[in-house]
Structure formats: structure tokens, C-alpha cells
Design a binder for this molecule. Structure first.
Ligand code: SF4
Length: 214
């Protein structure tokens, strides 16, 4: 009988969170539930852990726990994406970096209503950081309408989404690569494109966001 401990002992033990889970034992549990793939731990693909990787593959195969390669298809456009972009651990959505034209006073902690350039759906977000005139946000709605939560939003009109940051589900891209991806919180499940400018384990930062995908 294979349990979490049996799997955990072959994982790198760094508890680094690059797989999207805070600790290796939590990742082991997700492996047993078939929620993730072995390759979601980037270290297992390194030479140093090659034997552990093979051993884990063997154990999970016997137990029928190998997750099949998934395809990520946009619902609204039917395009195939390279990967799904999930929020960073314990966050409610991927991080988006916005260029807001409306010069009204905004500060960290404010809630805003905006329509991303090229997207027909108004979004609701919380500002979590500011960086040289750009705002980093978490998307929080329109799902708040369903929960009935009352929050004051500042309407800022159209905003340009310049970057996304999150955790890759699928094959981790290289820096400099142009990629197609679906942000997990995207209400239209539409394929976005952009250029990868930073990779740290499974955490990626993508700039030059475009909703036009060819
Ligand atoms: S990425 Fe690998 S080493 Fe880091 S926490 Fe996840 S399983 Fe452990």
C-alpha cells in the first residue's frame, strides 16, 4: 500500500513551493490524488534526482496514479494553449500588472472596476502593489456579485494588462519564449499570449500580454 510518506521520501525535500504546494508532503498527497504530475516539481527533472524520478514513476504507475498529459483548450476561441496559469500559493487569482490611464488617486488596498483592453467583460480587482506607475492586482470579481459582498469600487475605465504572474500547470516555458496560456481565473477561459521574462521553478512572469492569438 503506497501512502504519502512513501512518496515524500523520494521527493527533493526542499519544501520550496515551486510546485504550487508549500511542502513536499502536500505535493505527495496531490500526486496520489492525481491532481498534479511528477514534472510539476522542477527538481525531479534534474540529473541529481533522476533515480528518485524513475522510482516515483514506477511506484505511481503500479498504482495507476500517473496523470495523463492534458491539453489546455480555450473555451471561447477553441485555441490550444501551452499551459494553464494558476494563482501563486494561497492567492485568489494570478497576479496581473495593469497600466491604468485614468489618473484618479489609487492606492494599495483599493478595489477597482476596469475593462481589460480587448476583453468585453468588466473585471473587479484589489490593488496589492504599485510599481513605477503600474498597479499589481488580484482579480476578485464579478464573482463577488454572486456572494452578495458589498465593496466600494473605483471605476477606472479601460486598463491595459501588461503582465501576468502565476504558477504553470503543464510544461514550464523558457525565458524569452512567446507562449499561449489560459489564466485559471479568466471568466471567458480565453487563450492569452505573451513573452516569458522570468522563471523560478514553476512560477513565471509573462509580459506583452495580448488577447489576439494566431
Ligand atoms: S517543488 Fe519539489 S522540492 Fe519544492 S516543495 Fe514541491 S515537491 Fe518539494
Amino acid at each position: 500500500m503506497v501512502d504519502v510518506n512513501e512518496i515524500t521520501k523520494y521527493l527533493p525535500g526542499f519544501n520550496c513551493g515551486a510546485c504550487g504546494y508549500k511542502r513536499c508532503d502536500l505535493f505527495a498527497e496531490a500526486l496520489l490524488n492525481k491532481d498534479v504530475k511528477l514534472e510539476d516539481c522542477p527538481f525531479l527533472l534534474r540529473e541529481r534526482f533522476k533515480e528518485n524520478y524513475e522510482k516515483l514513476k514506477e511506484i505511481l504507475k503500479i498504482k495507476g496514479k500517473i496523470k495523463k498529459e492534458e491539453k489546455y483548450i480555450g473555451v471561447i476561441d477553441g485555441y490550444e494553449a501551452d499551459f494553464l496559469l494558476k494563482p501563486l500559493p494561497n492567492e485568489c487569482s494570478c497576479r496581473e500588472t495593469l497600466l491604468i490611464m485614468d489618473k484618479k488617486e489609487l492606492k494599495v488596498g483599493d478595489y477597482i472596476r476596469y475593462r481589460p483592453l480587448g476583453c468585453p467583460i468588466p473585471h473587479f480587482a484589489k490593488i496589492i502593489d504599485e510599481y513605477h506607475g503600474f498597479y499589481i492586482i488580484h482579480v476578485v470579481g464579478p464573482s463577488h456579485r454572486i456572494t452578495g459582498e458589498k465593496i466600494e469600487y473605483k471605476d477606472v475605465g479601460i486598463a491595459i494588462v501588461v503582465a501576468f504572474e502565476g504558477i504553470v500547470e503543464g510544461k514550464v516555458p523558457e525565458v524569452g519564449k512567446t507562449v499561449k496560456f489560459i489564466p485559471k481565473h479568466c471568466m471567458m477561459q480565453k487563450v492569452h499570449s505573451g513573452v516569458v521574462v522570468q522563471v523560478e521553478g514553476k512560477r513565471v512572469y509573462i509580459e506583452g500580454i495580448d488577447l489576439k492569438v494566431f
